[in-house]
Every structure is written in structure tokens, then in C-alpha cells.
Design a protein around this ligand. Sequence first.
Ligand code: GLN
Length: 339
Amino acid sequence: MKNFKGVASLIVAGWLGASALPVAAVELSSANIETALQSAYSKYKVLKEGANADYIPALAKVDSNLFGIALVTVDGKVYSVGDIKSEVSIQSISKVFTMTLVMDESGVESIANNMGVDATGQVFNSIVAIEQYKGAEMNALVNPGAIAATSMVKGDNYDGIWNRILDKYSDFAGRKLTVLEDVYQSEAATNQRNRAIAALMSAYGHIKTDPVRATDIYTRQCSVGVNAKDLAQMAATLANAGKNPLSGKQVMNADNVPETLAVMATAGLYDDSGKWLYKTGLPAKSGVGGGIIAVAPGKFGIAVISPPLDAAGNSVRAQKAIADVSNALGGNPYQVSAQ
Ligand code: GLN
């Protein structure tokens, strides 16, 4: 189907005397985007696989039927289907944006030098992964590296650090985001494992400030409420060299976007990142709240919210819906047409 459409577009482009026109540019029309979103929505609306995360008690209570898809193009067009008003907690998707903040503040190599930029091949809160390389040669998108990244954000005190983080996320989303207090309270009361992870990262020298405070700020950043459109706008900002396509604000250093996307491609879906990249070619990031963002560089950002997760902690419907939409729209950056 996809190949057929690609060939058809090339033929049309040839007729028009514009054979150098990239296939994807032809396919990324409003009509094609709307059709792709609608078809993924109806196809997966009925899918009932997976289960809400329940190790954070508040997440088990979120409506499992929530399902929304949003796509924002780099020229600022917004498309959506399903439930795009309801907020879920951003969870691990936040890790991307804290990482970009640290890269911007302390240099892109600060992340590579502290926690590394390699996949662990382990679950996101693995302690074995820390032990293997003493907290290095991992990445900022699994809990140990993410808590260490949060500890690197500049600021004089808790509030100073927190405000920088929340303002940054808000710039990416294009609106002032807030914390879902019930989620924060619920995770703060049950995050013994993350406190242990932070203590270990501190023992190995990767957290240089108070690890208890770093874990608490990290827990708060994971509790920020977002809807599907917020997430798609955040992803679209990454797709657009760090410039928010709707607000027009340059919210991160454009030079650091390739490294950010590389870490997402390597580790965005934890130990299933390889399978995901194989199917879609897209840098992406999931969260246990049920959201996934994916970035088609230079084209669009897409996000899906659907709380039921698979065994790796990735939303089942979000993975399937994003893969279908992106593949229908020529989003895979590795798929090009011969010249
Ligand atoms: N706050 C969650 C945790 O630390 C985030 C995990 C996730 O989304 N994968 O466990």
C-alpha cells in the first residue's frame, strides 16, 4: 500500500515535470493526514490489550479507554482525533525535555559524559543496569540517568530548579503546564525504588547534589499533566529544530536536537527501542502514564495517549497508532526514494 502510493506519487510528480519532488512532501497533505489519523483511531479504538501501570497507585485509576491522537506539522498545522482534552501525567516523556535543558545549560557533552548515551537493554528502573557500568554507559531516558539529569539542572534551590524545568516543558507545549497533584503524591509515597536508584547513582558520583531532592524534583516532573495535543506540540518542536511551530519560540538550542533525537532513537522505548526503531525509524519516547511522542524530523511530531501498557511499559495502542500513521505518511527518515 505504502509503496504503491509512493510509486503513484512519483509518477504524478514526473508528469508535473517535478520528478525531484520528495515523495513524502507529496503525501503529507491535510487530507492524507486526516485519513491516516481517522483510520488508526477506528482500527485501535476497539483494541483492549495491555493494562494501566499500577506500581504508582494513581495511574491504576486513570480511565483505560482514554484514546487520543494528535499530530502537529513543522509548519504549525494541528490535526487530532479522539480524546485530546484529557490530561495524563507526562511520566518518562519528561526525561527528554529535562535532558535538553541540561544540554543547553551545560553543553551537549554533559549528558554523554555523566550518564552516557547507550541503551541499557534493561527495564527503565533497572538497578542491574547501574551496577554493570557503575552508572555510566547508560542514558538520560532510563530512571538512573534521568534522575541524574534532573540533579544537573541549574538553580539556587528546589524552587529555582523546579521552575526552570516546568517553564521549559511549558515552552515546548506552548502553554503553561501544571502538576497533577494526586499523581505526584501517589508516586512520592511509593518511589522507594527510585530513591534507591538515586542513592546508588550518588554513590557512583553521577549525582553531585542531594539525591533525595533530585528524586523528589524528578517525581514532580513526571507528574506534569499533558494532553495529546500538548505532547504532539512538544514532539513537533523537536521535529522543527527546537523551534515551537505554533508559538514561533526557539525553545532549545537547535544544535542539540540531533543528539536529543539520537538518544530517543536508542532508548526512548526502553528495552523495546530496537523493535520500535525497526518498525518506524522514528525517535520516540514513552511514559507509563500512557503517552508516547514520536518525531519525524523536518516533518511532524505525533503523540498518542492511551493508558494500557505492554510488558516493557509502553502504551499498546500508542505504539500501533503512531506506527500506522507515520508509515502512511512517509514519516520513516530511513525510507527514501532513489534519485
Ligand atoms: N515516574 C515513573 C518512574 O519513575 C516514570 C517511569 C516511566 O514513565 N517509564 O517510575
